[in-house]
Design a binder for this molecule. Structure first.
Ligand code: DGI
Ligand code: FE
Ligand code: FE
Length: 195
């Protein structure tokens, strides 16, 4: 984006709100994702402002209680599926997109979609959607996961190959922990396992 600056009032105002609404750890993670998304956008020719904005807002709904998440979802017409009913934390992605529009006045559909799909992914993602999904996994404050150094290098070269690797790790983690796999996570894996 021409004239992009992290000091732009749009971003600074959002940052101020997030600092109040998120706990310390989540705020530090959020800034890590925003900067990582910015760097991935540079590497892959994506719009810097869109990547930074989506990174900043991706977890805006994360620190609400399950009860608050469920009641805000109802208000915004988001119906929890079976996996989301069992683990309402999953709803922070879809709800985050609704609140980014409603409370943070973001109208850019590409940014809202990147927020919406940052947890499950979806088949055939846009470059921006992949950047936010990947930045969420690899940002520098994330605790060390197996294969992370390799993923961090790969992400600046090949987004699809990086999606495959992250999904492989995520699916195996969810299966080990016997957590119900969201149908969309499964569809995303089925799509990216052969990329
Ligand atoms: O919000 P973050 O912690 O930064 O990361 P995230 O948005 O990827 O959310 C991670 C959480 O989502 C973690 O608790 C595992 C859960 N999750 C991811 N995919 C699935 C899932 N939970 C279920 N039930 N099913 C999934 O497919
Ligand atoms: Fe998240
Ligand atoms: Fe996150």
């Amino acid at each position: 984006m021409d004239g992009f600056s992290t000091e732009n009032h749009l971003y600074k105002n959002i940052q101020k709100k997030l600092k109040k609404e998120l706990d310390k750890k989540r705020y530090v993670h959020t800034m890590g994702v925003a900067y990582t998304a910015l760097n991935l956008a540079m590497a892959h020719g994506e719009d810097l402002g869109s990547a930074y904005l989506a990174g900043l807002l991706h977890d805006n709904a994360k620190c609400l209680s399950s009860k608050e998440k469920l009641s805000l979802c109802k208000k915004h017409g988001i119906k929890p599926n079976e996996a989301e009913a069992e683990n309402p934390d999953l709803l922070h992605a879809k709800l985050g997109a609704a609140l980014a529009k409603d409370r943070f006045e973001i109208e850019d559909g590409a940014v809202l979609s990147a927020i919406c799909y940052h947890t499950t992914g979806k088949p055939d993602m846009s470059t921006l959607e992949k950047i936010v999904y990947i930045a969420d996994y690899m940002e520098p404050n994330r605790r060390m996961l197996p294969g992370l150094p390799e993923i961090r290098g790969m992400a600046f070269k090949d987004l699809d190959q990086t999606m495959t690797k992250i999904l492989e790790n995520t699916l195996s983690h969810l299966k080990n922990k016997k957590i119900m796999i969201d149908p969309l996570t499964q569809e995303t894996w089925d799509y990216y396992k052969t990329r």
